[in-house]
Each structure stands twice: as structure tokens, then as C-alpha cells.
Design a protein around this ligand. Structure first.
Ligand SMILES: C[S@@+](CC[C@H](N)C(=O)[O-])C[C@H]1O[C@@H](n2cnc3c(N)ncnc32)[C@H](O)[C@@H]1O
Length: 374
């Protein structure tokens, strides 16, 4: 049984015209396989014994048309099919081309086929990042220095790296890691300050790679920490939390930050002001005037390679004997690695993996006066 399928027929089409159309367009007959609606000229819409061939087809508009039953139009279509002409040379050629291209696809060279497979693999990764990026674009107001948490495995890798280069046990470093992660007061303080700042209202108190900075401060108990580039002060708060705990354990330390922005460090709570100093102005100039031995130096200000290299050169004579340098930009710049090679220091890089974020992550370049002997 042919399923009824409504087709519009141009108004005032006669059967002869219809047949003529079928002859000139071979596919037309196939497309007509459904009940034709056409006027019989009878307002009741009956054929009244007349054959479709004698009728004027008007399409399904206006009063006085009726849908022909299949008994009416099937003979007509049968006739149409019989009258279907041989396909033109052009149609044959098109059919031939299609067949050839289908066989070519089957014969697709292996490298092209694998290229297609590889494209679908990359797509699955990029689609996920794109989804996250689109969501971030819609929801966030951040323009730089994005805040997020670390992926759990990435955090564990970081702890192992810090344990390896500080000679602390994995367990001790893992404890430090849970310390910062579970510091509800610090998180609430940062989240509360963000919530009250319209330009950060949707930022989360996620420390990302700064958790690594915390681990180094806890493990090395530095007396002087310098961070160039304070920005809001999330890194400063994390470092100060570590210094506070060191102090409780009898290892006092001070924090110095540099920033060209006079509003930088607005997150730092008042209670830390006795151990925290921000040197406002150009970082290189502040470092040149700095006259204390630096145990832990974190580079996070101007991230051009030249500027980073100059910061390292300026601090080199001020570094303590077991100093550690952390480069925040070592995922894109080789300045800390080159500095380490030229000054006989060991260099290691850890790659950051943000959790549920489009940003691929930065990392921590670690430069040490020497690697601990095992
Ligand atoms: C990536 S942000 C620092 C992020 C911060 N360390 C944190 O933990 O969130 C870079 C900061 O460096 C500062 N900066 C850029 N160029 C500087 C320069 N020449 N001297 C000092 N600070 C600079 C910027 O004002 C900005 O606040």
C-alpha cells in the first residue's frame, strides 16, 4: 500500500502538462508517489466518473478540490512510469561520477583514513574544552589570572615532586597538601573578599599551582620569601598561611611581594601585615634595592622572557645557600631553565592541570641550588 503523501501541484496544471513534466524530469514520477490533490471543477470534490487525464489539476488551494483516492491516481502514475524516458547522457555521467567517488572512498589510502580517525580523536578533546570555554565566557568576568582548583592526580604528582626535591617524606608533604586544601578559614576569607568585589564576584577561591608554593614554604621553612607580581594576592595569602603555620612550629619567616599596580595585594588580611610587605613599583627596581638573603623566590610579574631573565640575574647575588626559585611561567618561557643551566642549578618542571576548566594550565619551574642526595 502506497502511503499517502501530500504533494502540491502547481495551479492550473493539466494532466498532459504533468506527463510532459514527468518525461523531461525522470525523478518527477517518483516524487509523485502520493495522492495528488486536484480540482475536479466540482464543488463537492467528486470525480463524477471523469478520468484524471481529462481534468485540470489545480493544486490543493481553494474550495472544490478533493484528494483522489489511490484507485484514481495509481493508474495515472503507472502510466507516468511507463512513459519515463531513458536518462539523459548527463544523468548517466552524474551517476557514473557518483559511483566512482564511492569506490574511491572505499579505496581511501590508509594514511587518509587514519587522518580521519585522528581528527575524530582530537575533536573529542577539543569539544570538551570548547564546552567549558563557552560556559566560562558566559558565566565569568575574569580577564586574566584565572582561579581554579587542581585535578586530584595532578595535585598528588605535585606533592611527590615537592617531596623528591625537598627530601621530605611523601607523607609529610601530603599532610601539607591537605592542610591548605582543608583550610576552610582561608578559603572563606578569599571567597568572601571576592564576593564583595564586583570585578571578582564570580571568582572561586581556587589556588591552582599556588598549592605548590604552599608546599615549598612548608617544607623549606624559608626566612625570606619574595614573590614578584602580587595581583589580587591569592598567592600571597597562600604563602602567608604557610608562613603562619611555620611560625607556630617555631620557624618564623617574612613575605615580600612586588607589584607595579598600587592596588595589588588587596586580599591580604590586616593580621598578616607584620610579616608581609609589598614593594610597589617596578619589580626589577624593587629587587635591586632589596638587601636581604632570599630563601624562596617566586617569579610571577612581567612574563616576557627578557624581563624574567633580568629578575633572575638581579636576585642571583641575593639568593641564600639553599635557595629555591619557582618560575610561574616556565610552561611558556625557558628563562628559568636557561638561568639554572648557566648558574649550575638543577631545574625541574611540573605541569599544572586545572580541574573542570578550559585553561590548559601553567606550571611550576623549580630551580634548586642542588638536588638532594638520596
Ligand atoms: C600574573 S599576575 C600575578 C599573580 C599572583 N602571583 C597570584 O598569585 O595571583 C602578574 C602581576 O604582575 C604585575 N606586574 C607586571 N609587570 C610588573 C613589573 N614590571 N613590576 C612589578 N609588577 C609587575 C601585574 O601588575 C600583576 O599584578
Amino acid at each position: 500500500m502506497v502511503q499517502p503523501q501530500m504533494k502540491k501541484v502547481p495551479a492550473r496544471t493539466t494532466c498532459d502538462q504533468l506527463f510532459a513534466a514527468c518525461r523531461s524530469r525522470p525523478t518527477f514520477a517518483t516524487r509523485l508517489e502520493g495522492p495528488l490533490e486536484f480540482s475536479t471543477g466540482d464543488s463537492a470534490g467528486n470525480l463524477n466518473g471523469r478520468t484524471p487525464e481529462s481534468e485540470e489539476l489545480r493544486g490543493n488551494v481553494g474550495p472544490g478540490y478533493s484528494a483522489l483516492s489511490s484507485e484514481d491516481w495509481l493508474p495515472l502514475l503507472r502510466k507516468v512510469r511507463v512513459m519515463k524516458p531513458r536518462p539523459s547522457a548527463r544523468a548517466y555521467f552524474r551517476h557514473y561520477l557518483r559511483a566512482v567517488s564511492r569506490s574511491l572512498l572505499r579505496l581511501e589510502p590508509t594514511n587518509l583514513r587514519w587522518r580521519r580517525v585522528r581528527r575524530s580523536i582530537t575533536k573529542s578533546y577539543l569539544d570538551q574544552a570548547n564546552r567549558r570555554a563557552n560556559q566560562w565566557v558566559k558565566e565569568k568576568t575574569e580577564l586574566d589570572n584565572f582561579y581554579y582548583n587542581l585535578e586530584e592526580n595532578n595535585r598528588a604528582d605535585l606533592s611527590e615532586l615537592v617531596a623528591a626535591v625537598t627530601s621530605e617524606s611523601s607523607k609529610t608533604i601530603a599532610n601539607y597538601s591537605s592542610e591548605i586544601r582543608n583550610d576552610a578559614a582561608l578559603r572563606a576569607q578569599i571567597a568572601g573578599s571576592f564576593a564583595n568585589n564586583p570585578s571578582r564576584a564570580d571568582s572561586i577561591a581556587g589556588y591552582g599551582r599556588r598549592e605548590g608554593w604552599y608546599l615549598f614554604v612548608r617544607a623549606r621553612k624559608p626566612r625570606v620569601v619574595v614573590e614578584t607580581g602580587v595581583h589580587d594576592g591569592v598567592g600571597a595569602c597562600v604563602i602567608l598561611a604557610a608562613l603562619e603555620r611555620n611560625e607556630e612550629e617555631g620557624f618564623g619567616g617574612r613575605y615580600f611581594g612586588t607589584d607595579i599596580n598600587p592596588r595589588a595585594g588587596w586580599l591580604i588580611p590586616e593580621r598578616h601585615k607584620k610579616i608581609a610587605t609589598i614593594l610597589y613599583g617596578d619589580s626589577i627596581e624593587s629587587l635591586q634595592d632589596f638587601d636581604e638573603k632570599i630563601d624562596l623566590f617566586i617569579n610571577d610579574s612581567d612574563h616576557s622572557s627578557e624581563y624574567e631573565s633580568r629578575e633572575y640575574e638581579v636576585v642571583q647575588p641575593k639568593l641564600g645557600p639553599d635557595s629555591v626559585i619557582l618560575g610561574d611561567n616556565s610552561h611558556t618561557s625557558n628563562s628559568l631553565r636557561v638561568f639554572s643551566q648557566e648558574s649550575g642549578r638543577a631545574f625541574i618542571f611540573w605541569r599544572e592541570k586545572p580541574e573542570d576548566h578550559w585553561y590548559p594550565g601553567a606550571g611550576i619551574g623549580v630551580s634548586l641550588s642542588s638536588l638532594p642526595a638520596k
